[in-house]
Design a protein around this ligand. Structure first.
Ligand code: NAD
Ligand code: ZN
Length: 254
């Protein structure tokens, strides 16, 4: 179904992956689109319904938590709780199983990489599976939270927030530090389904490239990394491209 140029690029990617010694993946919302979770930007993105720079911003959440819960967080919760890993998540888990991938740095908060089987996942923006009380810091699994009253509250009366990073907040320093280390130590980075517009996550491929790594992008659209930071772009959906790469790699290994 792909043209010759794409087939050759997939072969090239498989060869590069097989030859690399330390591979890292950086993933974004696009890798979970085929699991039914809408991204922020791009086609069918949340952006078409709400402005994430407002609803996913800490300042607005603190001003109007009920509005953020009603228009954004409730829906994210129901979408994420039903989502299962797709072929792209499974492909990255398979790469780890084949000893070809060490670490996944993800901007996603959906937990699907761990569910697929990757064991070293840096959740750059935290995880949406947990809520944290703004008053006493107690955590609660989002599935156990009582959402009959919005915004949901802890037993101490404090407000629950998702234990993930809002725009306007810092990346947990340990995650940031380790991501820097991993990005500068890898010799190949797979950049899957990220628009590369959200900082500082988008810096990781730049750090990797400056340290001599090859950067392979998988995305149906070009990004600011394309043609500069990335060596090449495999243009297509993450699940299908990953399946083709794995098939190719199994051919090399056989
Ligand atoms: P983004 O929404 O800015 O960009 C999504 C990217 O995915 C685009 O470049 C788009 O072309 C690409 N894409 C769309 N469909 C794809 C597919 N089938 N296969 C591969 N790529 C596809 O996402 P971002 O760069 O991750 O940044 C947005 C922020 O939103 C992140 O910080 C993340 O934390 C958060 N977010 C997370 C989730 C999630 O956890 N699944 C969902 C929405 C937003
Ligand atoms: Zn509390």
């Amino acid at each position: 179904m792909y043209g010759d140029m794409m087939k050759n690029l997939i072969k090239k990617a498989a060869k590069d992956i097989a030859a690399a010694k330390r591979i890292t993946a950086l993933t974004g919302a696009g890798i979970s689109v085929e699991s039914g979770i809408p991204p922020f930007r791009g086609k069918n993105g949340l952006w078409e319904k709400i402005d994430p720079m407002k609803y996913a911003h800490i300042d607005y959440f603190l001003q109007n938590p009920a509005d953020v819960w009603n228009k954004f967080l409730k829906e994210m919760r129901s979408v994420i709780s039903q989502a299962q890993p797709n072929d792209a998540h499974r492909g990255l888990a398979k790469l780890e199983e084949m000893n070809l991938l060490q670490t996944v740095i993800t901007q996603n908060i959906d937990g699907l990489h761990q569910m697929a089987g990757n064991t070293d996942v840096i959740e750059f923006h935290g995880n949406f599976a947990w809520l944290r009380c703004l008053e006493c810091n107690a955590v609660c699994q989002i599935g156990d939270a009582d959402l009959s009253e919005i915004p949901p509250k802890c037993s101490c009366g404090g407000l629950y927030r998702p234990d993930s990073v809002f725009f306007g907040e810092m990346i947990p320093p340990l995650h940031l530090k380790r991501s820097h280390e991993i990005a500068s130590a890898c010799d190949l980075m797979l950049v899957v389904g990220t628009s590369a517009l959200v900082q500082p996550a988008a810096l990781m491929p730049v750090i990797a490239r400056n340290s001599g790594a090859k950067i392979i992008e998988i995305n149906p659209e070009a990004t600011p990394l394309t043609g500069s930071t990335s060596n090449y772009l495999l243009m297509g959906t993450a699940g299908e491209i990953m399946n083709n790469i794995i098939t190719e790699l199994e051919g090399i290994a056989a």
